[in-house]
Design a binder for this molecule. Structure first.
Ligand code: 1HE
Length: 268
């Protein structure tokens, strides 16, 4: 385990760092359907603060058991009987974790089986790529539970599916699964077999890219999306200036010029 990761004291996330630099991070509360209690949110912050500095080349974010994540720990929330200020501060911790993921510069591939609901969908939408299988289903049941989203769904889920679909999901409890979930943009891959195996394959492929290219892909696109077109074109130029002149890319360009590099083909 890389030094920064080995020092972590995570309570509810299991880590497995592969030789190729792919880190598998698994939510590890299957008895509670991986519901996000306050402790797990702190784990996510600690983990994704460490990941960009630990030499990790890509992350598979998985959930142990039949369900990826059941969202906010409703039992803890009920028992804590939080004040508005307390819950606001808790939501800010969720945002801290999810922003670290989205803007951290290391590709995160979510393997989504079973329920991906409420805050579980907010977590999944903070990853860069989502992989579903035949068991996966997505929902935002907050409306039916007398709640509202607090972990970034208004930002990320509405970006994925559009405002009108998100409002429908929240007003009616509508569930998306199968091809329809793919069609509305909730996932990029759907497999017959294990979403975990496919997520690992995708992560391994991403890990072959140069880290600086992945850093730009997994941070600049999100930052640029928050800017005016004028500032975005400036920022993109600055990022391209750094990434597209990196010495580590020279041999890849040379291989193309030599005609030894793979060409982009319809089946590649
Ligand atoms: C939980 C939670 C949870 C399960 N918080 N403990 N999220 C929801 O509204 C989803 C709520 N959960 C469910 O609808 C179902 O549990 C599942 C569809 C995910 C799974 O069903 P099932 O039949 O496999 O499990 P179960 O019998 O319902 O639950 C098993 C255990 O997990 C049980 O605990 P036990 O100690 O009684 O065995 C459940 O209490 C526990 N569990 N889900 C706490 N969510 C920042 S704002 C975000 C807003 C939200 O995310 S709203 C939450 C939306």
């Amino acid at each position: 385990m890389a030094k920064d990761l080995g020092a972590l004291n995570l309570q509810n996330i299991a880590l497995d760092l592969h030789d190729d630099g792919v880190l598998v991070a698994t939510l590890n509360r299957p008895d509670k359907r991986n519901a996000l209690n306050a402790e797990t949110v702190e784990d996510l912050i600690d983990l994704f603060v460490a990941v960009p500095r630990a030499g990790v080349r890509a992350v598979v974010l998985a959930g142990k058991g039949d369900h990826f994540c059941a969202g906010l720990d409703l039992v803890e929330h009920h028992q804590e009987d939080r004040s508005p200020a307390e819950f606001m501060h808790l939501c800010l911790r969720w945002h801290e974790a999810f922003n670290k993921m989205e803007y951290g510069g290391v590709p995160i591939i979510a393997a989504l089986q079973g329920a991906v609901v409420g805050g579980g969908l907010e977590l999944a939408s903070s990853a860069h790529i989502r992989v579903m299988d035949q068991s996966t289903y997505f929902a935002l049941p907050e409306g039916t539970r007398g709640l509202f989203t607090g972990g970034g769904a208004t930002i990320r889920v509405s970006q994925l599916v559009g405002k009108a679909r998100m409002i429908d999901m929240m007003l009616t409890g509508r569930v998306y699964k199968g091809q329809e979930a793919m069609d509305v943009g909730l996932a990029q891959y759907m497999v017959e077999g294990s979403c975990y195996d496919k997520a690992l394959e995708v992560a391994r492929r991403a890990a072959e890219n140069l880290p600086l290219s992945n850093f730009a892909i997994c941070s600049a696109i999100s930052h640029v999306g928050n800017m005016s077109a004028l500032d975005a074109s400036y920022a993109e130029s600055v990022v391209a200036g750094i990434v597209n002149t990196q010495p580590e890319a020279r041999h890849r360009l040379e291989a193309f010029a030599n005609k030894t590099a793979a060409r982009v083909r319809p089946n590649s």
